[in-house]
Write a protein that binds this ligand. Structure first.
Ligand code: 5RP
Length: 218
């Protein structure tokens, strides 16, 4: 089975386990795109969706699903999103698509966070994928120097501006032994808007598409 088929299988498994009602929180990325396309088949059962990016909002609307602002709906029952890396402890690295800050807000505002990935994303320890950090542009060099002190090798994501008007630094070679502690430490650096470690609020369920079907971690 190729990687796209595995992503699609994980997305289908998410559709099968969620309550299709009310407003659904929807993440960003190619795996989530499969989820959106499947959700469209059930659009008459739900009231709409809260999107974690402009790209996902566009795709939802193209599929005839109403998109509402998080401010208008309060906490969500369910959030479905992909990840760049995931562990058996359900800690994640996200932000490969640059939507990490909005993704973290919607994940935090949701009772159940279901992460959908193909099996290439599963790691024993986070950090093979560079950690994305969203920064206020005037702080990018300062934040980069702070990340060097933490053992990382920061690189600016050139030509990229987040939906929030900020820049992204991708940090390579970090040793992420304590994901929750590192997430909190990075959040304390002035100029950091958000970082791609999802450990304080990790996923509740991970659905992993693989050659033998979909495996579930919870
Ligand atoms: C976007 C994300 C995505 O969930 C992550 O990059 C995975 O993407 P894909 O499903 O395309 O592999 O965090 O900011």
């Amino acid at each position: 089975m190729d990687q796209n088929a595995k992503k699609q299988a994980a997305a289908k498994a998410a559709i099968e386990i969620i309550e299709l009602e009310g407003f659904i929180g929807v993440g960003t990325g190619t795996t989530t795109d499969y989820f959106i396309d499947l959700l469209a088949e059930h659009k008459h059962q739900i009231d709409g969706a809260v999107a974690s990016s402009v790209a996902s909002a566009d795709r939802l609307q193209e599929n005839g699903i109403a998109v509402v602002d998080l401010n208008g709906v309060g906490d969500l029952a369910i959030y479905v999103d992909g990840a760049d890396e995931a562990t058996h402890h359900r800690h994640l690295i996200k932000g490969g698509g640059g939507a990490l800050t909005r993704e973290k807000i919607v994940a935090q505002a949701s009772k159940l966070f279901i992460c959908i990935v193909d099996d290439s994303k599963i790691v024993d320890r986070l950090g093979r994928f560079p950690l994305p950090i969203e920064v206020i542009p005037m702080a990018r060099s300062y934040v980069a120097r702070e990340m060097v002190k933490l053992g990382g090798r920061p690189e600016l994501r050139h030509g990229f501006t987040s939906d929030n008007g900020h820049q992204i630094i991708d940090v390579y070679d970090l040793e992420i032994r304590k994901p929750i502690t590192l997430e909190e430490t990075i959040n304390q650096i002035p100029g950091v808007v958000g970082n791609g470690l999802f450990a304080r609020r990790g996923a509740d369920i991970i659905l992993v598409g693989g050659d033998k079907g979909v495996e579930r971690f919870d």
